[in-house]
Design a protein around this ligand. Structure first.
Ligand SMILES: Cc1cc2nc3c(=O)[nH]c(=O)nc-3n(C[C@H](O)[C@H](O)[C@H](O)COP(=O)(O)O)c2cc1C
Length: 342
């Protein structure tokens, strides 16, 4: 979970308890530089955070979003050199991922929300002589950016249950790699249900957001505890500068300002950029106007306590966040989720 929610404290706790702990690469250079008081570049930040996540034992890897165009390759190299057990990559199709550097023992795992996306990735990766080591199928109930157009989020055909069977077929066609399902999975029973359907694993975000080890700010965790079902909305217009729908708690200060058009246009971080007319990634739509986009980098950094005095926070969650009613440790959460409660 980016920005700055899943860092080494959360990932290493998950790894220690037998899960695959995943740090987020988003804005990691800034977050690590603030933590250590020294300047770190993107490569160093990915290397360092993965190494720390793995230090206490168990399996740990990193999520690197395709939308972070300028940082993508350096994050991949840093994670590979640090011996990440997995690189999980979505928010854009990670078509070049296997070509950046040989991956040795690191599993390369794309995130998709449709068979079409998986087909494109597999075809492209075949040309690079690489088959995905697994795929994350993320349905429309997830937190963060969604891989669906706004009007497709609620379609019955797009529930995770309905998306799963064709993805399973396609994975078989390209070499029968494992499928990890994500989005709205909340209980041990949910996990069992998807495993019985043929899933090989689950990826969970929201349940780990309000854990002791999560690096979300205290006000973010409190906002999750206070959220009611109707408070969890999909921000679209105004929305994320990358154009994908983005799920938020509607009381998030930055979202409230964005709705009221109170926030001056701004982009001084530039992690999420779109192509200009010359085909170079230089444009952030939140810079020119506050009409349709909010400043996601600053909002999410603020939610991870990076710049809380200067910027309003933006709280992203999955649809089930309203069910979270207390802050728990990763140890107790994983006991619950593996059906191992006392
Ligand atoms: C706070 C938060 C931040 C997230 N950040 C990212 C991210 O940076 N990259 C990404 O690929 N997915 C991100 N996601 C999606 C999760 O990785 C996960 O697939 C999804 O939330 C699963 O659904 P759940 O939250 O219902 O468990 C985020 C989710 C949350 C809740």
């Amino acid at each position: 979970m980016g920005v700055g929610v899943s860092l080494s404290p959360l990932a290493s706790a998950v790894a220690r308890e037998g899960g695959l702990g995943i740090v987020s690469s988003a804005c990691l250079d800034r977050l690590l530089s603030k933590r250590t008081g020294k300047k770190h570049n993107t490569y160093e930040a990915a290397y360092e955070e993965v190494a720390l996540a793995k230090a206490a034992g168990g399996y740990a890897g990193i999520n690197i979003m395709g939308a972070l165009v300028h940082d993508f390759n350096d994050s991949v190299r840093g994670a590979l050199d640090a011996g990440a057990d997995a690189i999980i990559s979505g928010a854009g199709l990670p078509l070049t991922l296997p070509a950046i550097q040989p991956s040795k023992d690191t599993a390369l795992i794309p995130i998709v929300s449709s068979t079409r996306a998986l087909d494109i990735i597999c075809k492209k990766w075949e040309k690079l002589s690489y088959r995905p080591d697994a795929v994350v199928l993320e349905g429309p109930l997830a937190g963060g950016h969604l891989g669906f157009k706004k009007d497709q989020i609620d379609l019955e055909s797009n529930t995770l249950e309905n998306l799963f069977p064709p993805i399973k077929e396609m994975a078989k066609k390209y070499g029968d790699f494992p499928i990890i399902v994500a989005g709205g999975i909340y209980t041990y029973e949910d996990i069992v249900k998807f495993m019985k359907m043929g899933a090989d694993g689950v990826q969970m975000g929201t349940r780990f957001l309000a854990t002791t080890e999560s690096s979300a700010s205290e006000s973010y965790k409190q906002a999750v505890l206070n959220a009611k079902e109707e408070d969890i909305v999909v921000a679209h217009d105004p929305g994320s500068p990358c154009g994908l729908p983005f799920r938020v708690i509607r009381q998030s200060p930055m979202y409230v300002s964005a709705i009221k058009k109170l926030r001056p246009p701004k982009c001084d971080k530039g992690y999420v950029l779109l192509k200009d007319s010359a085909g170079n990634f230089t444009l952030c739509p939140a810079k020119a106007s506050n009409e349709h986009h909010f400043c996601i980098c600053n909002g999410l950094l603020s939610s991870a306590d990076y710049n809380p005095d200067k910027e309003e926070p933006l709280y992203t969650v999955g649809t089930n966040a309203y069910r979270v009613d207390k802050i728990v440790s990763v140890e107790s959460l994983l006991k619950e989720l593996t059906g191992d409660e006392a």
